[in-house]
Design a protein around this ligand. Structure first.
Ligand code: SD4
Length: 354
């Protein structure tokens, strides 16, 4: 039961303009989820009652597909574990500043975005963490699940026995490559691209060392915006590490009056500039969606020493229905599903040539 949304606030979830629905998501592995979720989004009739949550439900369905797919080793089951060999999942959902929820460090539940939605709908809080978040999930009817797949475990074992691997549990990355500002850190393992996932990766898409959040934004035909993102975070991370994805304003931000944005890539870079919030605020000030992301990328580039393994990519939908994507480096693909169908698209802008 929600006690968080007074009836008078419902109006703020509806942007004035009506136009065809759009579903925008990160990485080609979200194609299956986008196709699955499209009917949920497309069924929303403009101005019809009782459909307020369909834009969000479509986001949850896209994330759910990636979370279930063992080939996606950066989200849900099959996600690569932390340095201690345990998987932890983060996720967030958002419809507006007064309608958002997130969880981080789930170790026993497969669908962080569904749990985040329960936090949003059933509590007065925004974010739950760790063991208590898992307990909350169980109490709210979410089934427990094994998160570590045999393939992910094998990769962790290979990482652990590789003398050249960066040992994140002792943060030797700092000595190896941390920039002088002591900021973002070189915290990625030495493992390469997953052979399994390579089969489904579209030409032109480079996965960024297995750290690929599924981020989804929707705008229904009534102009309602929603967003969600789900990740297992950086592979072999220091246990307890949390990235941008579950942090409202960093990995995800939605404001019905301005727009919606979500990101993927090196969370530490996105967090330092409050990436998703910055993109939405740029749109509020008049920028188009791609232009708004470009400002985020410029800010990232100015604020950090960018290392070869770093990537930041974002997608955004303006409140008026325009959408866009941009990335710090090449190798990112977005997925757009509109009335013309579902397709992967290159970002409109890539910030760096290297
Ligand atoms: C994180 N941003 O935890 C997430 C991981 C990711 O593309 O996106 N990867 O930092």
């Amino acid at each position: 039961m929600s006690d968080k949304l007074p009836a008078e606030m419902a109006a703020e979830l509806v942007s004035p303009s009506c136009s065809p629905p759009i579903l925008l998501s990160t990485w080609s592995f979200s194609v299956a989820g986008a196709k699955l979720a499209w009917p949920t989004l497309a069924a929303v009739g403009a101005g019809a009652g009782g459909e307020r949550d369909c834009a969000l439900e479509a986001c949850l369905q896209v994330c759910g597909e990636a979370e279930r797919d063992p080939r996606v080793d950066s989200v849900g089951y099959g996600g690569l574990p932390d340095a201690s060999g345990r998987v932890s999942l983060d996720g967030a959902v958002m419809e507006s500043p007064s309608r958002c929820g997130s969880v981080c460090g789930l170790r026993r539940h497969l669908h962080p975005v569904r749990v985040a939605a329960s936090v949003m709908r059933s509590t007065r809080h925004v974010m739950l963490a760790g063991d208590d978040a898992d307990r909350f999930a169980s109490q709210h009817g979410h089934l427990e699940a094994e998160l570590l797949s045999p393939e992910a475990r094998a990769k962790w074992e290979a990482w652990r026995s590789d003398p050249h691997a960066v040992d994140q549990s002792r943060d030797q990355a700092a000595a190896a490559g941390r920039p002088t500002d002591g900021g973002n850190g070189a915290i990625f393992g030495a493992s390469g691209m997953s052979d399994l996932l390579a089969e489904v990766v579209t030409t032109g898409e480079l996965r960024w060392r297995e750290h690929d959040t599924v981020g989804v934004l929707t705008r229904d035909s009534g102009g309602r915006l929603a967003g969600a993102c789900s990740t297992s975070g950086t592979p072999f991370k220091v246990p307890g590490r949390v990235g941008d994805s579950p942090i409202i304003g960093s990995g995800l931000f939605v404001d019905p009056g301005a727009g919606a944005a979500t990101g993927t890539g090196t969370g530490e870079l996105i967090m330092g500039v409050c990436g998703a919030h910055l993109a939405v605020e740029e749109m509020r000030r008049g920028a188009g969606p791609t232009e708004a992301i470009i400002e985020v990328l410029r800010r990232v580039d100015r604020s950090y020493s960018i290392l070869p393994h770093h990537q930041v990519a974002m997608i955004a939908i303006h409140a008026d229905g325009r959408w866009g994507s941009a990335a710090l480096r090449k190798g990112f693909l977005a997925v757009i599903h509109d009335e013309a169908g579902c397709r992967t698209v290159e970002p409109e802008y890539v910030h760096r040539a290297d």
